[in-house]
Design a protein around this ligand. Structure first.
Ligand code: FAD
Length: 233
């Protein structure tokens, strides 16, 4: 393996300056789980790795607003996301997807920023986050921008990130979701934290997953009166 420089910036701004060289073999290093594999096999030979671990600690934070909007810092580990009470409450499908992603050792070190920036088409998180309408905030030499996860990829292992740009956070703003009672309730509930339940055009109820699930009118419309009576006993 050819030698390379490993640098430790103390802030995101400093990291961006160290990455902004015009040389594609200068790369950010989050958890290193994907980079190490590529380096071991000789697919990637860096001239410089810019370690993001020492950039501001707030970059690993996970925050939720009362309406369910989520912000996950790019440096949050996949384990941190998996066990975040805010993620479990407002976007449980992300926590569930983690259980099948790689293994505990990888999830303990891999970061959500690296997981999205890697661009391997086999990866689990990009389609889940795209289905949730999530966006990434990107910071780079020319400032900040936001890109929907579904528009982040331009090809095989390729993203729309330009040299020097870093994913700073993942955002999932809450969008009110309307579902029809005759559709797959269990699947939709796994994705949407707040629901309006319609029964063939008539509004039955509105609320969180728990409120909707425990509403007898929903139970009756979904399962039929006879079954709902038995379930309610
Ligand atoms: C044994 C094993 C099993 C795996 N199984 C699965 C699986 O089942 N499902 C799955 O989805 N994935 C799987 N993976 C892939 C794993 O999810 C990725 O390796 C991991 O998410 C990458 O995150 P990282 O922080 O380690 O990224 P790194 O290796 O640090 O970086 C990956 C890429 O992203 C860039 N990068 C890192 N952080 C940023 C940032 N903030 N902004 C911009 N660019 C950045 C780096 O420069 C590099 O190009 C597996 C990996 C291993 C080693």
């Amino acid at each position: 393996m050819k030698g390379f420089e490993l640098v430790h910036p103390a802030s995101l701004r400093e990291a961006i300056a160290m990455l902004d060289t015009g040389d594609p073999s200068v790369r950010a290093f989050s958890g290193g789980t994907a980079l190490m594999l590529m380096m071991k096999t000789g697919v990637f030979r860096p001239s410089r790795l810019v370690c993001l671990a020492g950039t501001e600690t707030s970059r690993a934070a996970i925050a939720a607003k009362p309406d369910g909007a989520l912000t996950i810092g790019a440096l949050a580990t996949l384990t941190g996301v998996e066990y975040s009470l805010d993620v479990i409450r407002f976007a449980p499908v992300i926590a569930r997807a983690m259980k099948r992603l790689a293994n505990v050792r990888v999830r303990n070190v891999a970061r959500i920023g690296g997981s999205l920036a890697h661009g391997d088409p086999h990866m689990d998180l990009p389609p889940v986050l795209a289905a949730l309408g999530a966006e990434v905030s990107i910071e780079g030499p020319k400032g900040q921008r936001r890109v929907a996860v579904e528009n982040l990829y331009s090809g095989y292992y390729e993203t729309v990130l330009t040299q020097g740009e870093l994913i700073a956070a993942v955002h999932r703003d809450l969008k009110l979701t309307i579902i029809l009672i005759e559709h797959r309730m269990d699947l939709v509930m796994a994705i949407c934290p707040r629901l309006v339940v319609l029964n063939f055009g008539t509004k039955l109820t509105e609320g969180t997953q728990q409120e909707v699930q425990s509403n007898p009118a929903v139970l009756q419309a979904y399962l039929g009166a006879e079954y709902a009576n038995v379930a309610g006993q």
